[in-house]
Design a protein around this ligand. Structure first.
Ligand SMILES: [Zn+2]
Ligand SMILES: [Zn+2]
Length: 222
């Protein structure tokens, strides 16, 4: 059984997810928005969990601002896809607008690769590389629990922005079709912002993913 708690934290309401295996109390932290480490500390203590690692869906600052503090507090590794590692090494040079507070560089404890299986007690998460929002965006799929942590790749009724450095609209759509819409309809998608949704709901209603859009684009290109 999977234990899941979430909070939206920081100036752009970024979701942090605390995911644990009920039997062993082993836990993983998914993303580290600004000021999330107080919430994580409170919930980890309250639930009696043992954190194993911090996984990053991608390395935009709103998902990583508290990563260094969390890694230090629990002596756990921060895992990121290699193509997104550069923003952690020099985070302040990578923000499009200067932030009021400087970001701490994050020491990378390990890399996430497409197809990798990550074990948390009895839970098993599959890493899928979904470039488009950033070069090294990933999602984490837990097939037994039928959930996917989809970062800023897919949202309820929307998709990730692609106008920031490293973004690519065509690549993002291809990633969503290949790695997310290939999942069954009932899988719950926990995104990096806003409320959860399901793969089926987005397949049916997300305006960016409708076949009619493809025809529209084709017309425009003629
Ligand atoms: Zn992002
Ligand atoms: Zn974000």
């Amino acid at each position: 059984m999977l234990v899941l708690e979430a909070i939206a934290a920081g100036p752009v309401a970024t979701n942090a997810y605390l995911v644990a295996d009920q039997a062993t109390r082993m836990a993983v932290l998914i993303d580290a928005p600004m000021e999330s480490h107080w919430w994580y500390a409170e919930r980890i203590a309250a639930l009696g969990l043992t954190p194993l690692a911090l996984w990053l869906t991608h390395s935009h600052w709103d998902h990583t601002a508290d990563a260094a503090a969390i890694a230090e507090q629990y002596a756990i590794p921060v895992l990121v896809h290699p193509l997104d590692a550069y923003r952690l090494r020099d985070p302040n040079a990578q923000t499009v607008i200067p932030l009021p507070l400087p970001l701490e560089a994050v020491e990378i404890g390990g890399y996430l690769h497409h197809g990798q299986q990550l074990t948390v007690g009895s839970l098993s998460f599959q890493v899928r590389h979904v470039p488009g929002h950033t070069e090294g965006s990933v999602v984490f799929v837990e097939h037994a629990a039928r959930v996917v942590f989809c970062g800023d790749t897919l949202f309820a009724g929307s998709i990730g922005r692609t106008d920031l450095p490293g973004g690519d609209y065509e690549q993002l759509l291809a990633s969503i079709h290949r790695e997310l819409l290939s999942l069954p309809d009932d899988y719950i998608c926990y995104p990096g912002h806003m409320e959860p949704t399901t793969i089926g709901q987005e397949r049916r209603t997300n305006p960016f993913l409708q076949p009619s859009d493809l025809y529209g684009n084709r017309w425009e290109r003629q």
